[in-house]
Design a protein around this ligand. Structure first.
Ligand code: IMP
Length: 501
């Protein structure tokens, strides 16, 4: 006869944290949000990969491309670049992240010298930048011939057909710096020469990138930036259980730091063989697996060698897996069950296998609840999709700005590998996700600053200065549906402009 779990499964919104004693040590500035994301012998060795804020972006087309990976790593988190694309294009995205140099940006407004003033004006209108690099072939990596800024032309006095070569500031009048110049040295040059931007060029005169005066302060503002030992940003990459023998070596070559097997149901022999193959190919490669929702699933993947285990089936905002297949578990219950299994595994083996709560985060406080319930880090899709840095279109719908967000199991993404049932492959018999809009929310940094401030404040209320301490000390209470109503502003007429985000 079928086994029936004794308790019903629950979601984050059904719980609240009960405060512990807050002491002089519990002040937000002292809260450490860094967290180990790969297996290690706790107390005996450091983990091989830690992130500085406990958030990673979902392995999804509409969330994690190179732009998101750069923005999030610069903030201290990590992206897993989506795998539902060709190996070549995924590697290209990873390479872009690894090549990114904080403060040295690839020039995105470029023209060749035969272009005209009207081309400059059109480009300025399109890109919103006043600096245009003039290269021999008009590409960002062409041989630098000059720069045009708004100081080089007067629209009212000049013929729009004037050639760029006639009014650009030519290379011989520009201050440039050679490839390899550090950001600090570049800024010294900018200050010394009172210039606004500094082109960096290689030995053959090709443009490597530009350093802008205005960017310097913003780069100093990122104390949590996630960097590898060569000072390059760290990035993850999604993989599947089909083409890993080709995809993983290519992604390693491109510079990916950590992998995540992307699947809606990770309790499978295919995940085991994928992990085993990767570890035999190179035991130093870090690979997480999932998703699972119970102790059995966790142990299976931990025994197989997974470096972390991802938790969650059916809780994603765009997910219809539960409706379509009738499988899954409330996200809070899943995290509680798997974190208990993780602790037992650690007590038994001495190996700590971090777990990632994936999907279902709606409010910022859900992040703190997920951590308190035992998650070592959190994966989010909808949350990140709303920001400027996500790869999708920003649109005006019904008078409101929105961004597109679609599931990997939707008809739009057709990521059949994620829903691979071991059959002949290449087909998706039914959808497990929807195509949607999410409210546009501005810049990643502004939103993360607010969310991290809330997490720190709650951790202080719970007398905790680290994620581990929160997990040990947290006291959670189930809330009735009426007390949930009590939790929001109620019985007042709230002024629209005063509503907190
Ligand atoms: P969200 O943060 O609630 O939007 O959930 C994001 C998570 O949903 C991802 O990390 C995936 O685990 C999961 N997911 C992504 N696409 C789909 C889909 O099409 N169907 C079901 N789950 C999905």
């Amino acid at each position: 006869m079928a086994m029936i779990f004794a308790e019903e499964s629950r979601t984050f919104s059904e719980y609240l944290l009960v405060p512990n004693l807050t002491t002089e040590d519990n002040i937000p500035d002292k809260v450490d949000l860094s967290t180990a994301i790969v297996r290690y012998r706790k107390g005996k060795e450091p983990a091989r990969l830690k992130i500085n804020v406990p958030l990673v972006s979902a392995v999804m087309q509409s969330v994690s491309d190179s732009g998101m990976a750069i923005a999030l790593a610069r903030y201290g988190g990590l992206s897993f670049v989506f795998q539902s694309q060709s190996i070549e294009s995924q590697c290209e995205m990873v390479r872009k992240v690894k090549k990114y140099k904080a403060g040295i940006v690839s020039s995105d407004s470029n023209l060749h010298p035969e272009a005209t003033l009207s081309d400059i004006l059109a480009l300025r209108e399109k890109m919103g930048h006043s600096t245009v690099a003039i290269t021999d072939d008009g590409t960002p990596g062409g041989r630098l011939l000059g720069i045009v800024t708004s100081r080089d032309y007067r629209v009212s006095r000049m013929d729009p057909a004037t050639k760029v070569s006639e009014f650009m500031t030519p290379l011989e009048h520009l201050i440039t710096a050679p490839e390899g110049t550090t950001l600090k040295a570049a800024n010294d040059i900018i200050w010394e020469h009172k210039i606004n931007q500094l082109p960096i060029i290689d030995d053959s005169g090709r443009l490597v990138g530009l350093v802008f005066r205005k960017d310097y302060d913003s780069h100093k503002e990122n104390p949590y930036e996630l960097l590898d030992k060569n000072k390059r940003l760290i990035t993850g990459a999604g993989i599947n259980t089909r083409d890993y023998k080709v995809r993983v070596p290519a992604l390693v070559e491109a510079g990916a730091d950590v992998f995540c097997i992307d699947s809606s149901d990770g309790f499978s022999v295919w995940q085991k063989s994928t992990i085993e193959w990767i570890k035999s190919y190179n035991p130093d490669i870090l690979v997480g697996a999932g998703n699972v929702v119970d102790a059995e699933g966790f142990e299976y993947l931990a025994d197989a060698g997974a470096d972390f285990v991802k938790v969650g089936i059916g809780g994603g905002s765009i997910c219809i897996t539960r409706e379509q297949k009738g499988i899954g578990c409330g996200q809070a219950s899943a995290v509680l069950a798997v974190s208990k299994a993780r602790d037992e595994y650690y007590n038994r083996t001495g190996v700590y296998v971090p777990i990632c709560s994936d999907g279902g985060i709606v409010h910022d406080y859900h992040m703190t609840l997920a951590l308190a319930m035992g998650a070592d880090f959190i994966m989010l899709g909808r949350y990140f999709a709303r920001f400027d840095e996500s790869p999708t279109r920003k649109m005006l719908v019904g008078g409101n700005y929105v961004k597109e967000y679609w599931g990997e199991g939707s008809n739009r993404a057709r990521n059949w590998q994620r829903y691979d049932d071991g059959g002949t492959g290449g087909k998706m018999a039914f959808e497990e996700g929807v195509d949607s809009y999410v409210p546009y929310a501005g810049k990643l940094k502004d939103n993360l600053d607010a969310a991290m401030a809330k997490i720190r404040a709650t951790m202080c209320s719970c007398g905790s200065s680290s994620i581990e301490e929160l997990q040990q000390k947290a006291r959670l209470v189930l809330v009735s549906s009426t007390s949930i109503i009590e939790g929001g502003a109620h019985d007042v007429i709230q002024k629209e402009s005063d509503r907190p985000r």
